[in-house]
Design a protein around this ligand. Sequence first.
Ligand code: SF4
Ligand code: SF4
Length: 263
Amino acid sequence: MEIKIIEEKDNLLRFIISGVTPAFVNSLRRTILSEVPTMAIDEVIIVENTTSFYDEYIAHRLGLIPLKTDLKRYKYITQETSEEERVMNTARLTLDFTCQRGEDIIYSGDLKPIDPEIKPVNPKIPIVKVIKNQKLVLEAIARLGKGKEHAKWQPVSTVSYGYLPIIEINEETCNGCGECIKNCPFHVFKQNGEVKVETPSDCNMCKLCIETCPEKSIQITYDKKSFVFNIESTGALPPKEIIEEAIKILKNKLATFKEQLEK
Ligand code: SF4
Ligand code: SF4
């Protein structure tokens, strides 16, 4: 197996993974989506709500706000977790907002975390619009959860993979007209003297280049053992940590499977 990172930003990671099967990359994708835990608000105690939204509506919105997650300090709560441990593994955030102006918006940034590390990823997520003297006072309790319980605990906004395209230009028939460079929406081709394939991992296989090449010089197939893997985090955890966590979970599942089989 080989891995080559092709793009890395704060919440985005794209890499080529070679020498694996679709089943392997899909296991990784499914584990990321449904098993890697993140923090999300799960309980809300409404003290006062004179806004135009129902309590339930506000609680639902709060649940969908991605929170920064610390997997080293917080443990996933199960039915076996004691009451004391439950309390230790929950994080609280409070909100006390009274509209002083004609109208205003209560944002995620108005939530005040008791643990400064467990705070909204983005302070500019609107919760509710308010007018003068409307008030919202509440306490929110967050815990680690998994995407298989509710989508609010998914660590990613998207995780996908596709076969790595193999794009070949027949150098004998290519006349260097540059039509493929002009028509490719993802700038896969570059002209440096002759026309070359520069970034095949960006190709989405739309086949526009094949259709518009006057000499029919382009052929596109794909590598059945190489995949372009894309992961975009909600910001709760960095993409690399999400993958590492998913691998740990998969390894544990396989170890349990082996153990059961041996029994
Ligand atoms: S469109 Fe076809 S002929 Fe023109 S440069 Fe591209 S590959 Fe060559
Ligand atoms: S198939 Fe589409 S995306 Fe891929 S190289 Fe051709 S034009 Fe570009």
